[in-house]
Write a protein that binds this ligand. Structure first.
Ligand code: TYD
Length: 211
C-alpha cells in the first residue's frame, strides 16, 4: 500500500508521518517511510538550489523527475512488492503543484509521472493557508527559503485544490496531530481490510486477530 502526504511547506507533513508510522507499526504493519526530494545526488542538488538560487523551471523539473525515477526503482517498488506500507513525504503531486506554480502545465506533469510512478492508494492533502504555514515555519526556527515564498505557496495550494483523484483526501491541517493521525490510520486499516489483509499483512485464512 502506498500512502502519500502532500501539502505546502509548514503544514506538518513530517510530524504527521511520524505519528502515523508509529501507530501502524504498533499494529504490526511494516512501514517504510521516505521523502522527496531524496537524499540522493539529484535531491541534494535540488535542496542546495533552495538557498543558492533556483534553477530554471525546466531544469528543476528534470531533476525532480530524475530523483523520482531513482526513488521509484530503488525503494518504492521493491518495498511495495514486499508488502510493506510505503509512506511518502511528498511525491509527484508536489511536482505538479510547485513546478506548476512556476508556469509549467500541472496536468502534463501528472500525466508524465503516472507513466512510471505508481499511484497512491491514499493521498492525504494537508491543507492550510500559506499565512498559517509560513507562521509554522517561522515558529520552528527556519527562515522561509526560495521554495516558500508566499505567492508561490498560494499558487501551489491552488493546484493541489485542482487535483481530482478518487484516492485524494483533503484534511484541514489546523486539526490536532492526533485527530489527523486517527483519521488516516482508520482509512489505512479500512483499505487493508478491503484487500483481505490483516494488520500484519497475513491473509485472513491465517489464525490470529484481524484488524
Ligand atoms: P521539503 O519537503 O521542504 O524538504 P526538506 O524539508 O527536507 O528540505 O522539500 C523542499 C522543497 O522542494 C519544498 O519547498 C517543495 C519542493 N518540491 C518541488 O518543488 N517539487 C517536487 O517535486 C518536490 C518533491 C518538492
Amino acid at each position: 500500500m502506498l500512502l502519500v502526504f502532500e501539502g505546502i511547506d509548514g503544514v506538518g507533513k513530517s510530524t504527521q508521518i511520524r505519528a502515523v508510522s508509529e501507530a501502524l507499526r504498533v499494529l504490526g504493519i511494516e512501514v517504510v517511510a521516505s521523502k522527496e526530494p531524496t537524499d540522493g545526488p539529484f535531491g541534494r542538488r535540488l535542496r542546495a538550489s533552495a538557498t543558492t538560487g533556483r534553477l530554471d523551471p525546466a531544469e528543476e523539473l528534470e531533476l525532480f523527475m530524475a530523483d523520482r525515477r531513482e526513488h521509484v526503482a530503488r525503494l518504492i517498488l521493491p518495498s511495495l512488492a514486499r508488502g510493506a506500507v510505503v509512506i511518502l513525504d511528498r511525491y509527484y503531486f508536489s511536482t505538479a503543484a510547485y513546478q506548476g506554480a512556476r508556469g509549467l502545465s500541472w496536468e502534463a506533469i501528472l500525466a508524465a509521472n503516472e507513466e512510471f510512478a505508481p499511484e497512491p492508494d491514499l493521498l492525504v492533502w494537508l491543507d492550510l493557508p500559506p499565512d498559517a504555514s509560513m507562521e509554522r515555519i517561522r515558529a520552528r526556527g527556519d527562515g522561509a527559503n526560495e521554495f516558500e515564498r508566499a505567492n508561490l505557496l498560494e499558487a501551489s495550494r491552488r493546484i493541489f485544490a485542482s487535483i481530482s483523484k478518487p484516492y485524494l483526501r483533503r484534511m484541514d491541517a489546523t486539526q490536532s496531530v492526533e485527530a489527523i493521525r486517527d483519521t488516516v490510520v482508520g482509512e489505512v486499516r479500512q483499505l487493508l481490510g478491503a484487500r483481505g489483509l490483516h494488520a500484519d499483512g497475513r491473509k485472513p485464512t491465517d489464525t490470529g486477530a484481524s484488524i
